[in-house]
Design a protein around this ligand. Structure first.
Ligand SMILES: NC(=O)c1ccc[n+]([C@@H]2O[C@H](COP(=O)([O-])OP(=O)(O)OC[C@H]3O[C@@H](n4cnc5c(N)ncnc54)[C@H](O)[C@@H]3O)[C@@H](O)[C@H]2O)c1
Length: 328
């Protein structure tokens, strides 16, 4: 008998009405499962066919009550927007852990966007000051949008959104898209990066990941009790910002392995001994979060987020009768 796979497009996923809170809960459960050693998640591997471009493969099995498996193939090509293509593209595959048979194939750009914002939200759940009112968003593309949606879930008093992008038009589009989502908040288009960062309670950087980073945000722009979230590896935040701070990564194994490859997280970025906790230790209760003082995270994105988000999409699509069944 030929097996059937459910093909789910980005448009169909949009119709499912999945919320940021649901994805954050899934991402948190995935972190916790890895923390309990219930699963298998090697560090993501990649190839780099063009400068600053990557194609990553990210397999993961989550066991215990979750019992889900799959692999994401995702590309990031900074020159794509100028060619009319998205920067992030890819395919997410869910497998039946019992037989290995493919169950669903879906757009990986949607999964990647939302689960990455959700991971920042989970970090902020454990490390954020509940009285946070201001956030600086640096690089106002896709990630800035989903990261802001996650911050909105965690910080009910969020009122002051400072935005900076290399391209003013990008910030204009960001504000037009996001203002209706946070109608009570004031959005400021900052003329330079420093004025966005200075005095902000939370700093989130979402600029392109590059092999020769400028790390343009120095320590003296960042206030002492700022919560710093790097979505863009070591591209934007200077190593001094993390020196002496409480430092968290999403996954020790992946951070240390990537650092050892020699391209990212060198030249002063935290080494293995400087990692206070990873998010699986936090979410499984092995280590506590910290809600004050300078604290920061490099959240590289891990495959458990993809599995948890894709499982949510698959279950919801199957229930709603959405997607196209394709014979193998
Ligand atoms: N950590 C993760 O899990 C994860 C997941 C997805 C994407 N990412 C990374 O997040 C970053 C943003 O991704 P995206 O999908 O939002 O991309 P995007 O292209 O939608 O947005 C990037 C924005 O950065 C702006 N920009 C470029 N150079 C800048 C600079 N020097 N200063 C300020 N702004 C600048 C661009 O104009 C653009 O608006 C990328 O580095 C991507 O690889 C990380």
């Amino acid at each position: 008998m030929a097996a059937e796979v459910l093909w789910i497009s980005a448009k169909e996923i949009d119709q499912l009405g999945i919320t940021m809170t649901e994805i954050m809960d899934g991402v948190e459960a995935g972190f916790a499962a890895i923390g309990r050693d219930e699963g298998e998640m090697p560090a993501k591997i990649g190839i780099h066919p063009r400068e600053d471009c990557f194609i990553h493969a990210m397999p993961c099995y989550l066991g215990g009550d979750i019992d889900r498996a799959g692999v994401k193939c995702v590309s990031g090509y900074p020159p794509n927007p100028a060619k009319g293509h998205p920067y992030i593209t890819g395919i997410m595959l869910l497998n039946d852990p019992e037989t290995g048979l493919p169950q669903a194939v879906m757009d990986a750009a949607w999964v990647t966007a939302w689960r990455t914002g959700a991971a920042s939200g989970v970090y902020a759940r454990h490390f954020g000051d509940p009285d946070t009112t201001s956030v600086a968003m640096i690089g106002t593309g896709v990630q800035a949008r989903v990261n802001l949606l996650a911050m909105k879930e965690v910080f009910p008093k969020l009122a002051d959104i400072r935005c900076y992008d290399l391209y003013e038009a990008s910030t204009d589009r960001f504000i037009a898209d996001m203002q209706p989502q946070l109608p009570g908040a004031a959005f400021t288009k900052c003329a330079d990066m420093q004025s966005a960062v200075t005095g902000s309670d939370v700093l989130i950087t979402c600029t392109p990941i590059v092999e020769t980073p400028e790390r343009f945000i120095p320590r003296d722009w960042v206030k002492d009790d700022c919560l710093v979230i790097s979505v863009d590896y070591d591209s934007a935040i200077h190593e001094d910002v993390f020196a002496g701070a409480n430092f968290t990564c999403d996954n020790r194994n992946q951070y240390v392995w990537t650092r050892e490859q020699g391209t990212y997280f060198r030249n002063g970025y935290p080494g293995p001994a400087d990692i206070d906790a990873d998010m699986s230790e936090i979410c499984s209760g092995t280590k506590p979060g910290q809600r004050s003082g300078r604290r920061g995270a490099v959240l590289m994105g891990i495959a458990s987020h993809d599995i948890m988000t894709a499982a949510l999409v698959f279950d919801r699509a199957a229930k709603a009768g959405l997607g196209t069944k394709v014979e193998l």
